[in-house]
Design a protein around this ligand. Structure first.
Ligand code: NAP
Length: 259
């Protein structure tokens, strides 16, 4: 299917690896000019070069922390009027809520709630004025089914989800949609970090935790980042203008609810 977005511009945050990288790659394959960001420049440049060579798309890079005012200003200076915005940042640390300080909570809310909102605020009115916009927030399956050791993520991302639910209904008449993509377990570095924390807490090995998690998933495996990128590209497509305010869970069927 031609997604109808060739020639569009996208800002894909936190995209030197993992799910952000997969989204940037999938959009570039559709002929979108992509601006990628990350804090580490070396990996980001290598990723951008690889995508550019693979797809022939124009790729820009911005080194900076997207959770800071300065980092966002740099990203928006490089891509001031994106047609497509994919918000993403590292997930908060796992642990026990008894150990988290007010600063830990503020950092999580900053990264996983206020940063996406600030980026949306900076771009959504331009999208509405131009009559096209696609915003996808990478959140987490934890929004639907909380994960015990990820309380900071459960809390902060639920705040973003509630905010987006309201805003998404006010932009769609101008062909600007806002949706959330909720990853379950995808094979990325982040997954290994959370598995290592579970291993420490349970006394099991990381391999054992990973094997148990694979076996416990109805799909019998983890998701592949390419699958995530493809879903993101579709949500950003010309065909998805009637889809807004949705939370698309990609978890191999792990969430057991009917709705
Ligand atoms: P990942 O493999 O660790 O990749 C994270 C990417 O984000 C890297 O490119 C990293 O580069 C960049 N990044 C992190 N913090 C940043 C910041 N403050 N500013 C700019 N760039 C930043 O993680 P992932 O698995 O793709 O996860 C992406 C998001 O999905 C996270 O919020 C994670 O919690 C969530 N999630 C993932 C899963 C999963 O199974 N993978 C499941 C549920 C939720 P630098 O370090 O160089 O900045």
């Amino acid at each position: 299917m031609d997604l109808g977005i060739a020639g569009r511009t996208a800002l894909v945050c936190a995209s030197s690896k993992g799910l952000g990288l997969a989204c940037a790659t999938a959009l570039a394959r559709e002929g979108v000019a992509v601006t990628m960001t990350a804090r580490g420049g070396e990996l980001l440049e290598a990723a951008a070069r690889a995508i550019g060579e693979q797809t022939g798309a124009t790729i820009r890079t911005v080194v900076g922390d997207i959770t800071t005012v300065e980092g966002r200003a740099l990203a928006l200076a490089a891509c001031p009027q994106p047609d497509i915005l994919v918000t993403n940042a590292g997930g908060p640390k796992p642990g026990d809520f008894r150990e988290w300080s007010r600063e830990d909570w503020i950092a999580a809310i900053d990264a996983n709630m206020l940063t996406p909102i600030a980026l949306i605020k900076a771009t959504v009115d331009g999208m509405m004025a131009r009559g096209f916009g696609r915003i996808v927030n990478i959140t987490s399956g934890a929004v639907k089914a909380p994960i015990d050791i990820l309380g900071l993520s459960n809390g902060a991302r639920s705040g973003l989800t509630g905010f987006v639910a309201g805003l998404a209904r006010t932009t769609v008449a101008r062909n600007v949609t806002i949706n959330n993509l909720l990853p379950g377990p995808f094979e990325t570095e982040r997954l290994l970090t959370t598995a290592a924390a579970s291993a420490r807490a349970s006394g099991k090995s990381v391999d054992q935790i990973l094997a148990e998690r694979r076996a416990a998933n109805p799909a019998g495996r983890f998701g592949h980042p390419d699958e995530f990128g493809a879903a993101c590209a579709w949500l950003c497509s010309a065909h998805a203008g009637f889809v807004t305010g949705q939370n698309l869970l990609m978890d191999g069927g792990a969430y057991p609810g009917t709705f």
